[in-house]
Design a protein around this ligand. Structure first.
Ligand code: URA
Length: 281
């Protein structure tokens, strides 16, 4: 039987783990994979947790000091060199399969080291309609496919409402690796991943692009405006080779799950998309 204080400590610790993206138990002891990769810094054994600790101590553990956690010796720090390498790899891929292979072999984004899978795309690469979200969540990371969780199910319904499904559209994300704990990707991470999604759009060459949510719109439409202002207005995504693709920024399905009253706005945007696709033949 767990004593009340210990139960509180454990609850706080689990909440901290969940927040940090540690949402599965794999082994009894934690392993520092960054340190293992460097092989210069052997992994440190975790200190066993005493049975009972006052709440103040738990709070201190939640905000570890620089003396307890050091940056791993060879962890990949996002920087311009990695972004340049990503640009080179992306430009060198002449098919989607080559692009997928280049991304799978790329170690320049720190998010890859905590993700389970590369989430490349789902749907039909010949589709006229391409949708781009922000980054995979837990379900997407586990399956290696974009938009398969709750937001994905809503997205499927939104597509069905205008007569489309996953066989008639192509779906990808700006960031192909799940950020731990579903935190927002940093600007550096976004810059490193940007060449890959830009090349993916260029290779699919859709007639219409839909940006699901603010981060996708900001990254791909060269704007800093908020999504509530952007949505519903046609923009243009220009590929590196100069092809101009009409783009509709709209509300992210995860936002719509939290704010169902705004579904009608997304509905309007999707109807506009259908009309545009019909116009473009
Ligand atoms: N949210 C996204 O932006 N992309 C996914 O694949 C899932 C949820």
């Amino acid at each position: 039987m767990i004593a009340p204080d210990t139960a509180n400590d454990l609850r706080a610790l689990l909440a901290f783990y969940a927040e940090a993206g540690v949402d599965e138990a794999l082994e009894d002891e934690p392993a520092n994979r960054f340190a293992e990769a460097s092989s210069r810094t052997p992994p440190r054994a975790a200190a066993p947790m005493p049975a009972q600790r006052p709440e103040r101590e738990v709070a201190q553990r939640q905000a570890p000091s620089a003396t307890t956690i050091r940056p791993p010796a060879t962890a990949t720090v996002p920087d311009e060199a990695q972004a340049a390498l990503a640009r080179q790899l992306a430009a060198g891929a002449s098919t989607l399969e080559e692009l997928r292979a280049a991304m799978a072999g790329f170690d320049g984004c720190n998010l890859k080291s905590t993700a389970k899978n590369l989430v490349f795309a789902d749907g039909n690469p010949q589709a006229s309609l391409m949708l781009v979200g922000e980054a995979p969540g837990r379900d997407e990371d586990l399956e290696g496919l974009p938009f398969v969780g709750r937001s994905g199910r809503l997205l499927d319904r939104m597509l069905a409402a205008i007569g489309y499904d996953r066989n008639s559209v192509y779906i990808a994300n700006v960031i192909p690796w799940r950020p731990p704990g579903n935190r927002a990707p940093t600007p550096h991470e976004t810059e490193i991943c940007r060449p890959f999604i830009e090349r993916q759009i260029e290779l699919v060459n859709p007639k219409v692009l839909v940006n699901l949510g603010g981060p996708s719109a900001k990254t791909l439409l060269d704007t800093s405006e908020g999504i509530l202002r952007l949505r519903g207005n046609w923009r243009v995504h220009t590929t590196r080779s100069g092809v101009a693709i009409p783009a509709m920024p709209t509300l992210h399905p995860a936002y719509l799950l939290r704010t169902p009253a705004h579904k009608r706005l997304a509905w309007r945007d999707f109807v506009d998309v259908k009309v545009k696709l019909r116009e473009l033949g």
